[in-house]
Structures are given as C-alpha cells and as structure tokens.
Design a protein. Structure first.
Lengths: 191, 197
C-alpha cells in the first residue's frame, strides 16, 4: 500500500511528467490558452493513459515476454495506443454523444501525445505489476492535468496584462512554465 | 536545381522545426543539457527522420489515403527500434543519456509532420533534401541551446573527454528543467524582437 502511494506521489508531483521530465510539451503549450479546454484535455489524457496501460500490461505479459521479443515493444505499444484511441472515439460517438462533442477533438491529438507512450514505456522499464502500472498511469495523468491547468490559469491572467510586444504569446508561456517548474522542484524534498 | 537547394535550406532557418514551427519540443528541451548529448540526439533523430521519410516517399503511390497514419507510425517505430538496437550495441553511454527520449522519437511531431506534409507527396530526391534540412535545423537549434545551458549551468564545456572551464561561477538551475524553459522563452522573445517570428 505504502509503495503504491509513493508511486502515485512520485509520478504526480516529484517527477511531474511535463514540468520535471519534459514529456508531452506539445499539448502543454498548444492547448493551455483556456482553462476549460485544458481540464478536458487533462481528463482525456488520464483516461487514455489508464486504458492503454492496462492493455499494454497484458500485451507485454502474454505476447512480448513469452516469445522474448521485448525489443518490439515500441511498435506494439504505439499500435495499442492508436487503436485504443480509435476505439474510444467510436464507442464515445455512439454511446455518449454529449461527452463526445466535448472530448472528441482532443482524442486524435492524444495518439501522438508522447506522454501516453512515455507512461507505457516507464511501466515497462520499471517492470511494474498491474496495480502499480495503473497507479503510475493515474498519477502521471493527474500530474499532467495539474500542470496544464496551472499554466492555463497563468496564461488567462497574462492575456489581460500589458506585456512588452516581444514577450507576448509563446515566450511568456515558456517563462511561466519555467517558473512553475522551479516551484515543482520544491517537491523533490518529499521523496 | 534551385528548388532542391531551397528544400534543403528552408529547414535551417525559414522553417526551422523548433523555433519557427515549435514542434518536437520534448527531446529538444530534455536533452539540451550538454553539447555532447545534443549531438547524440541529433544523430539518432536524423537517422529516423531520413530513413522513414525516404521509405514513405518511395512507397507513397501504394499507400491508401485513409489508413496512411497507422502505416506511417509503424514505419517510424520500425526505424526507431533499429536505432535503439544500434545505439544499445555500439554506445551504451549514449543510450543511458538519451534514456526514454530515444524510444519517444516515435511520437516526435517533426517526423510525422514532415512525412504527412512533405514525404508522402514528393519524389525521394526532394524528400531527402527536405529531411536533411529539417534534421540540420533541429541539430542547430538543440546544439545552440545546449551550448548556453551547459556554459551557464556547469561553467564550462566538455566535449569528448576534453573540458574547458570558462566561467568562475555557474548556476546549476540551468541544467535542471526550469532552466530549459526559461532559456527557450528568452530566445523566442529575442527572435520576436528581431522580427524573425
């Protein structure tokens, strides 16, 4: 139990996927203009991480490991992620049309979000058990959501500020992210 | 061949994948802590980009339009697997330094972006010029940021066993994640001030 809690805290705060590990930066800067969209993206990412990690754990355990072809993990994992995202999209469109209209546009973007592949690879490298993989996926996803929502909040406020012309847009977003990352360095003490 | 020259050159400055298009930021910020790592990452990235673009360009007539993305992704991940096995065999230290960012080249937006926008429509010769230019632009960007971060973060530059100490004081924060974001922000602001972007 204690071990799972430490995995959760490490993946969410200490090794935050975006601010400490530098993974998943494209959506982090691309979508963080608006707080509501960022929250939706964070939820979608967490959901896909949980789902794909479950599938890749079984794929690894019953397909890759028995035949000793673990070096094929990148090809296998990316196929699992792409088809999982496609499947979720189809099911959502048929069964939950309301949900789909809110989430729909983020799903295709998620396939090429490196955070998803990264969390699967981390689970593989650390040889986590199924519960540990799921906890790691949940922590990583929530960490992504926390980081993107924090940055979106900052950027929404910066919109209305008088900034020097050359700082507007991307430059100030990077510098805000740098300051956020500096704050997250403080969590290193917990571990 | 004036067009071929343009395809080659545009990646370096006018359409630099990092500074102009803001793609592929993850390995760019994570690996730009030292010049040596930056060059290693550039080599691995260039191999994957060049190989997968060339292959896609050669088979582009036989790829059905609506399943093209899965086909491209499988081709890219195949090249990444080859690169990973090669790096593991010949340079275990490089593998250690690149860590998870070596397999993550698979989902690098520059590779898929160039394939989708360029390689899947043009002849192999033009594709090679485009891929070389983009790889050069990536290498230029990551090496220049790595130079700043290594110099300020450790106070010197180390390169294949030689170390030159140039600054008396160093700010270690530039080696950590906040430094990368801030250096990138300042560079973008400077480029904007100059009117480049």
């Amino acid at each position: 139990m204690e071990n799972l809690l430490s995995i959760f805290l490490t993946s969410m705060l200490i090794n935050n996927i975006v601010l400490t590990r530098y993974i998943g930066l494209c959506p982090f800067f691309g979508i963080s203009r608006n707080l509501a969209n960022s929250g939706m993206m964070g939820l979608a990412v967490t959901f896909v991480m949980l789902g794909s990690c479950t599938v890749t754990w079984f794929v690894n355990q019953f397909l890759l490991a028995p035949f000793g072809v673990q070096y094929m993990r990148i090809v296998a994992f990316i196929l699992v992620i792409a088809s999982f995202v496609q499947l979720v999209e189809i099911i959502m469109r048929k069964a939950l049309p309301k949900f789909y209209s809110a989430f729909g546009i983020y799903l295709p973007l998620i396939t090429t979000n490196c955070a998803i592949l990264a969390v699967n690879l981390i689970n593989f490298d650390e040889a986590y058990s199924l519960p540990a993989s799921l906890v790691n996926a949940l922590g990583t996803g929530l960490g992504f959501m926390l980081a993107i929502c924090l940055l979106a909040g900052l950027r929404e406020r910066l919109e209305s500020e008088e900034l020097p012309r050359s700082m507007r847009g991307a430059p100030i977003a990077f510098i805000s992210a740098g300051l956020l990352a500096l704050a997250f360095q403080g969590f290193v003490g917990i571990g | 061949m004036p067009e071929l020259g343009w395809e080659l050159k545009k990646g370096l400055a006018k359409k630099n994948p990092i500074f102009m298009l803001m793609l592929g930021l993850c390995p760019f910020l994570a690996i730009s802590t030292s010049v040596e790592n930056a060059l290693g990452m550039s080599a691995a990235f260039s191999f994957v980009l060049l190989g997968s673009c060339l292959l896609v360009s050669c088979i582009r007539r036989w790829v059905p339009r609506n399943v093209r993305i899965p086909i491209f992704v499988v081709i890219i991940s195949g090249f990444v697997t080859v690169t990973e096995l090669l790096v593991r065999a010949y340079s275990p230290t490089l593998r250690e330094r690149l860590g998870i960012f070596l397999p993550l080249i698979t989902v690098n937006c520059i590779v898929l972006g160039r394939i989708e926008a360029f390689a899947s429509r043009r002849s192999p010769l033009e594709t090679v010029a485009d891929a070389l230019g983009m790889a050069g632009g990536f290498c230029l960007a990551i090496t220049s940021v790595a130079l700043i971060r290594e110099l300020v973060g450790t106070g010197g530059i180390s390169f294949f066993g030689h170390t030159w100490t140039l600054l008396a004081q160093s700010i270690y924060g530039f080696q950590l994640s906040p430094g990368g974001f801030i250096v990138m922000g300042v560079i973008l602001a400077a480029l904007k001030k100059k009117g480049v972007i």
